[in-house]
Design a protein around this ligand. Sequence first.
Ligand code: HEC
Length: 106
Amino acid sequence: MKFKAIFCLFLLSFICYACGSDEINHKSDQPRNILGEKVFKRNCIACHGLDGKAKTNGALDITESQLSMEERILLIKNGRKTMTPFKNMLSEKEMKAVAEFTFTLK
Ligand code: HEC
């Protein structure tokens, strides 16, 4: 009986661990960031273009950005100058995914 309980706990923690590793991590070789790409195409290309290089409405070339992951998330959340804030339009997960995606633009 006791063994069963321990086994269940082990199984549970393994499931949690497996879900946790689903998190986006831009250091490892990830498959394509599909969510980030989708969010980018829906929300960002009007000013930044498909390749992130367009400078419509005073936007900056994202491929030349020196901002860190955290700074990008904050910028996407709060906006800057003519860049719209996205905190009411995107979920935390979507903002993170799209920030992630901007690092893959070349
Ligand atoms: C309405 C136009 C507009 C839209 C839509 C827009 N941006 Fe911007 N973006 C800007 C402008 C303008 C700047 C430059 C702000 C400044 O000069 O301070 C900028 C700057 C940036 C930068 C920083 C460049 C740097 O190095 O400082 C990043 C990264 C960025 N945008 C990502 C995004 C992402 C991701 C989205 C979609 C979620 C997005 N932008 C949507 C206009 C836009």
